[in-house]
Ligand binder design. Structure first.
Ligand code: NAP
Length: 277
């Protein structure tokens, strides 16, 4: 291909992957390196992480990728058009400030964010697009829509419970996805999850208050992610279920979000925006 043809191509957005040595981070690095429309321009990890200073491709056991794993977020993010971030809530807030300064798209998969984290992200979203979802898969985002519809169609005689299973390394519960589903069910009923959420059950809990939404979390082995939304009434039950068998579904969703966000203005977006649901 001649240089002239190359100059006609739009520049490929440069992506920084945070938490590059993590389960999602490694998956994202592979997909960005293989993507025809994206360039990997940075791989970030925590100070002291053994991969710092190594080529990310070699550190993952493959061919060199020409990108050195770094703990210098300021320098890496300054050259990014997109930052894909599956780390921890505190780390994500720090990355959001730098990504907003770079006017880059921040795709956030990190779960377990509290009200202070969310407020910091809202402030950052005033300067650049933030796309955040507790689950980036197409299937789960469809399930969210179905949950909202079913909850709206059924009366309070139907109890709603969300049951989720994840691998033994997961540190937060209920999962971000379970909370998305709970929020959708509450919206379907014309209320908010904060108003109807049942605290975790243990001991003598008393009978189930009508209209509430409960959560149960199972942790073990290498389960990628399973979610059931149960609608239970006298004599019958409806179960809406999503089973994830490969975490690539989340990484592919995040990459789609990074591309989708390239021509968007500042603001907070979710996967429903990205997928046009
Ligand atoms: P993980 O394997 O523990 O990876 C997290 C990575 O982030 C680790 O490499 C960790 O480094 C790194 N990290 C932590 N603090 C950092 C900092 N300040 N700077 C740079 N890197 C930092 O976890 P995971 O399974 O990939 O999941 C990560 C997050 O994504 C979790 O919140 C999980 O719930 C969420 N998740 C979301 C979706 C979705 O679709 N939204 C899907 C899957 C997972 P160390 O190992 O050195 O601590």
């Amino acid at each position: 291909m001649s240089d002239l043809q190359n100059t006609d191509q739009p520049p490929r957005p440069g992506v920084v992957v945070t938490g590059a040595s993590g389960r999602m981070g490694q998956m994202l690095v592979r997909l960005v390196l293989d993507h025809p429309d994206l360039r990997l321009v940075g791989a970030l990890d925590q100070p002291g992480q053994p991969w710092i200073g190594q080529d990310i491709g070699t550190a993952m056991g493959g061919a060199p990728a020409g990108v050195i794993v770094s703990d210098d977020a300021v320098t890496a993010i300054a050259q990014a058009q997109a930052v894909i971030d599956f780390t921890t809530p505190d780390a994500t807030v720090g990355f959001a400030e730098l990504t907003a300064q770079a006017r880059a798209v921040h795709v956030i998969g990190t779960t377990g964010l509290g009200p202070d984290h969310l407020a910091a992200l809202e402030a950052a979203a005033r300067h650049a697009p933030i796309i955040r979802a507790g689950n980036m898969s197409l299937g789960v985002n469809l399930l969210v829509g179905l949950t909202r519809k079913v909850a709206a169609a059924l009366g309070e005689g139907w109890d709603i419970e969300v049951v989720e299973s994840h691998h033994r390394h997961k540190v937060d519960a209920p999962s971000g996805t379970a909370l998305m589903l709970g929020e959708a069910a509450a919206e379907g009923r014309g209320t908010t999850l904060d108003d109807v959420r049942t605290p975790a059950r243990e001991g003598i809990t008393g009978a189930r208050p009508p209209g509430t939404i409960g959560f149960a979390a199972i942790r073990g082995g290498d389960v990628v992610g399973e979610h059931d939304v149960i609608f239970a009434a006298e004599g019958e039950r409806i179960v809406l279920r999503h089973l994830a068998t490969d975490r690539a579904i989340f990484a592919r969703g995040a990459i789609r979000a990074a591309l989708w966000g390239q021509d968007k203005g500042p603001g907070s977006y979710d996967m429903h925006d990205v997928l046009g649901l």
